[in-house]
Design a binder for this molecule. Structure first.
Ligand code: FE2
Length: 381
């Protein structure tokens, strides 16, 4: 079992006035999909996740199944509905497969919920408890952009970090064979919102959740010849970092607008997963069949000029198509998968940071041009 000790939890006090002061980091990310068994199997074989628990009819749950996947300190819950009128099935019919819940570990689920709703958060589910012979798990859920939600998870009276009542480790999926991938933790999670809505959702995270603004990028900083977007990064001051994008006017349709139309509303665009050794990680992912965005060869001549003073394995980076960026604090290596659902919506980023705290701003143009090549192939540019 993985231990959870990425940072000491800042002890929230009874004087906590915002949900952010109760947050202890990411608990899990839940995807709602059309076929949980197949999506879990894909994420295991292609991305190297391990199945650690399952809930469904065999464990006493009638209306849905969930597979809990883990790698390093990352947990994904892959959930599918079992009937036509299930809210999960309806969600999938409308949005396609996607990210439904960005769940945070908290000290005091009810307190975090009360603070959030008192400050204007939308109630999805009032505080509830789940118990079994192992203990009591305390939960509460509020809404964010679109149909996406945040569940507050208090594990202080529930041993272990992984299982919850109703989940069985005995029914987990067998592990496929493949090279170690080595993903360690969630670095950031990016949401796309409709044109004109960025300020609203930044205010939501600041005023309701107690987050702070980390960075803002204007449309002229994130644009190509064809499409543009604006982005603001909010964070809880610790591990929870959430950039939010909105489409901006360009010559053609913004890739953010393509997402909004394909997902039928705002939602999570990408989940960035960290590694300590991106060359090994991307090599393993490629061997496992993951497809990535590509950049032109000219990218590397330019990148080597931008990072001339940094000793990097340039041949490996170019062979694997890994991108490089720097800021005043250091540098980072990153790569983006193609979208992993049928609709052009959700993708993953793989990132290794060496001091840099940015998001690959220097790569935005190269990345977006790569996305636009795919967008054009779909007839959406
Ligand atoms: Fe990112």
């Amino acid at each position: 079992m993985t231990t959870f000790a990425t940072r000491p939890a800042a002890p929230p006090t009874d004087t906590a006035r915002t949900p952010a002061q109760r947050l202890l980091g990411w608990d899990h990310i839940e995807l709602w999909v059309g076929n949980a068994r197949a999506t879990a199997g894909f994420l295991m074989s292609a991305f190297g996740f391990r199945s650690i628990a399952y809930a469904g009819p065999e464990t006493g749950r009638r209306d849905s199944v969930s597979h809990v996947l883990e790698q390093g300190n990352i947990r994904l819950v892959i959930t599918g509905g079992l009937s036509a009128d299930s809210p999960i099935t309806r969600h999938v019919a409308r949005h396609g497969d996607g990210v439904h819940d960005l769940a945070w570990r908290v000290d005091g689920a009810a307190t975090a919920y009360e603070l959030a709703t008192a400050r204007g958060a939308r109630t999805i589910r009032e505080p509830w408890v789940e118990r079994d012979d192992r203990g009591v798990l305390r939960l509460a859920t509020v809404g964010t952009y679109g149909e996406t939600q945040h569940t507050f998870v208090d594990r202080s009276d529930y041993p272990g970090r992984i299982l919850a009542p109703g989940y069985s480790a005995a029914d987990r999926l067998p592990e496929p064979v493949g090279p170690d991938v080595g993903l360690t933790h969630i670095d950031h999670v990016v949401g796309n919102v409709e044109k004109g809505q960025l300020a609203h959702w930044v205010e939501f995270y600041e005023q309701v959740m107690g987050f702070a603004q980390l960075t803002h990028f204007d449309a002229d900083q994130i644009s190509t010849q064809y499409s543009a977007l604006m982005s603001t990064v909010v964070w809880d001051g610790n591990d929870i970092v959430m950039p939010i994008n909105e489409p901006a006017d360009g010559l053609r349709k913004s890739q953010i607008q393509e997402y909004i139309e394909a997902y039928a509303g705002p939602g999570v665009q990408h989940v960035a997963l960290a590694t300590d050794d991106i060359v090994t990680t991307v090599q393993a992912l490629r061997e496992r069949g993951v497809r990535f965005m590509t950049v032109p060869e000219t990218y590397y001549a330019d990148a080597q000029r931008r990072l001339a003073d940094v000793d990097l394995p340039w041949a490996e980076l170019e062979r694997l198509n890994i991108l490089v960026d720097r800021d005043e604090r250091g540098y980072l290596l990153q790569i983006f998968t193609e979208t992993v659902m049928d609709r052009p919506t959700v993708f993953f980023e793989i990132i290794q940071r060496h001091g840099a705290t940015g998001f690959g701003e220097g790569n935005f143009k190269a990345l977006f041009e790569a996305i636009e090549r795919d967008q054009a192939r779909r007839g959406n540019l």
